[in-house]
Every structure is written in structure tokens, then in C-alpha cells.
Write a protein that binds this ligand. Structure first.
Ligand code: CMP
Length: 131
């Protein structure tokens, strides 16, 4: 069974809407086969997002991702990497399609409620990082 990695981000845990997001995930047919609520350390967040370390938003991103707890998850289902990316919607909620998690819940391009792996290879790396 294919797997992908998901994070429900601080803007969502802070607003107490993790159940609403899980409902969208489950109604899509994907299964949440593992999840835990953790507070990322600065070191963990920097490692996880190291691909973005030269980007101008990197320091803000690390501060945001360590500001409140997150829910890290393993999702399963056929083609779940692509399916979860479709359900999440575009990174910037202004560009996200109706019915997607980011259109429904995200506040802005940074506080965009969820993360999902962008490939099967990265899903494995990201799952191994947290589970
Ligand atoms: P995510 O899919 O987790 O991958 C990198 C994260 O950086 C992204 O979601 C956003 O939270 C954040 N991000 C991406 N682009 C921008 C941007 N232009 N400005 C601020 N934050 C961004």
C-alpha cells in the first residue's frame, strides 16, 4: 500500500481544527494509519525544511513551525502522494481549488495548515524522520 507523510501545522492546532482536517482526509478515502502530536524543536524543523534554507522565508518558516504543536501523520491509500497533494490544494490558499484543505482552512502562504510529501521517495524519508 502506498504511503505519504503529512503534517497538520501550528495554525491548525492553534485554532483547534485538526479534527476538521482529518475529516477531509478520511472522506477522501485516504487512511490515517499513524499520527502523533509533537512540538518540533528548532533543530528538527531546520533539518526537515533544509531544502528551503536559502529561501528568504526560511527563518520565519522555522519560527512558525516551532510556535505551536503539530500533528505528524502517515497516510495510506493507492497513489496517496498525488491524491493527498490534490486534497491539500496549492501552497498559496489564494490559488487553491474549492474544497481543498488549504482553501477551506489555510490563512496564508506560510500558515497553510498542512504539509504533504511531494514524491514517494520523499514520503519515505519524511516518514522515517518522524516515525
Ligand atoms: P510546505 O508545503 O510545508 O513547504 C514549505 C513551506 O514553506 C510551505 O508549505 C509554507 O508553509 C512555506 N512557504 C512556502 N512558500 C512561502 C512563501 N512564499 N512565503 C512564506 N512561506 C512560504
Amino acid at each position: 500500500m502506498d504511503q505519504t507523510f503529512s503534517i497538520i501545522k501550528p495554525d491548525a492546532t492553534k485554532r483547534n481544527i485538526t479534527g476538521s482536517i482529518n475529516k477531509v482526509i478520511e472522506e477522501s478515502g485516504l487512511r490515517i494509519i499513524a499520527q502523533k502530536r509533537i512540538k518540533l524543536t528548532t533543530n528538527q524543523a531546520e533539518k526537515f525544511y533544509s531544502v528551503h534554507k536559502e529561501r528568504p522565508f526560511f527563518r520565519d518558516l522555522i519560527e512558525y513551525m516551532t510556535s505551536e504543536p503539530v500533528i505528524v501523520q502517515i497516510l495510506s491509500g493507492d497513489n496517496c502522494v498525488e491524491r493527498y497533494r490534490a486534497i491539500m490544494g496549492a501552497t498559496n490558499p489564494e490559488n487553491a481549488e474549492n474544497g481543498t484543505i488549504r482553501k477551506l482552512f489555510a490563512l496564508n502562504v506560510q500558515e497553510n495548515s498542512v504539509h504533504g510529501s511531494d514524491s514517494t521517495e520523499n514520503a519515505k524519508i519524511e516518514i522515517d524522520f518522524f516515525f
